[in-house]
Write a protein that binds this ligand. Structure first.
Ligand code: ASP
Length: 325
């Protein structure tokens, strides 16, 4: 049995209003990834670690997701990317924080995982590590898109409006939606391979207008990403709340307390995160093949490959719970 699940970020309030003009492109990207990698994972050509790495690399290349090219802009209009990855067999992990020129931050995290030490590298040192190890470096301007510039402009206008409040900022930072998602689109993947290995990976540009030096949950092992012998987890949402609850690791803790009920474990973690202002979503696969893709926001872009079939969803029009196998 092999399973691959993806997310492309969660956010928004209220009922989902249906697809935007750009959503078909987001879903098509996920479908391509699932169609290509699912059979390779099933046949054993690639293991869970490589599957999540390749999946996240492909989403980093899709400019409509908030990772790699198309990442949101920080307060200084620059792009700073975070990524982390972990595998079940030995709980090896890798993480990069605030990289600016590495095309695929998740591959840099993968190389750190394989190297064994250190687990995390920061900023210029992380980009230099990636370059030394042959990973493609890009011009910072290549990472920026018109959509993210427009979102930054809106954030900036709101911030500088006389009488604007923190709540106004929150409206943007918390992924307020009009037609297009505001800055959401963090990506993640979890996989179970045919040898029973699990892996999890998450990559992001963070949040629009984030202050310089801000580190969200995505690169923090145990907050945005976790993988042990029992479960692989990737989270998305307002990172500070996921850090304060060790959300991804907490899924494993909750699963220990209620084995074989991954959906309940994920939901109880989202219930812990929510009061801290961190509504969001989680994708998880357990060693026994349970899958849970819950979210407590308007939407979470998501996709699943299992037993040769793929499914994708955005709002609650499809699945948002779990299925047993
Ligand atoms: N968790 C990410 C962060 O806080 C953002 C997101 O998932 O949308 O940087």
């Amino acid at each position: 049995m092999a399973i691959l699940a993806l997310h492309g970020g969660a956010g928004g309030d209220g009922p989902w209003g249906g697809m935007t003009a750009l959503d078909p492109q987001r879903l098509a990207c996920m479908e391509r990834i699932l169609l290509e990698l699912g059979p390779r994972l099933e046949s054993g050509e690639i293991d869970a670690l490589e599957a999540v790495t390749l999946a996240v690399e492909a989403m980093e290349d899709e400019a409509l997701y908030n990772a790699g090219r198309g990442s949101v802009m920080a307060e200084d209009q620059r792009v700073y990317m975070d990524a982390s990855i972990m595998r079940s067999s030995d709980q090896a992990a890798g993480s990069v924080v605030n990289v600016e020129t590495t095309r695929h931050p998740i591959r840099a995290a993968n190389l750190l995982l394989k190297g064994g030490w250190p687990v995390m590298l920061n900023a210029k040192a992380a980009d230099a590590f990636a370059e030394r190890n042959g990973l493609e470096q890009v011009d910072a301007s290549w990472l920026k898109t018109d959509l993210r510039q427009a979102q930054w402009n809106k954030w900036h206008d709101l911030k500088s409006r006389p009488g604007s409040t923190d709540e106004d900022d929150e409206a943007v930072l918390d992924h307020d939606l009009e037609e297009e998602p505001e800055g959401m689109g963090t990506v993640g993947a979890v996989a179970l391979d045919s040898n029973g290995n699990l892996a999890a990976a998450t990559s992001t540009g963070g949040m629009t207008g984030k202050p310089l030096g801000r580190i969200g949950d995505t690169p923090i092992i145990g907050a945005g990403t976790w993988c042990d012998a029992s479960v692989a987890v990737s989270c998305t949402g307002v990172g500070e709340a996921f850090i304060r609850t060790c959300a991804a690791h907490e899924v494993a803790v909750q699963l220990r307390n209620q084995p074989e009920n991954l959906a309940a474990a994920c939901t109880s973690v989202l219930d812990m995160v929510k009061p801290m202002g961190g509504r969001g979503g989680i994708i998880a696969i357990s060693r026994s093949g349970e899958v849970a893709l819950p979210f407590q926001t308007m939407l979470m872009y998501r996709g699943l490959w299992r037993a040769g079939a793929i499914s994708t969803g955005i709002g609650d029009e499809e699945y948002s719970g779990s299925s047993r196998h």
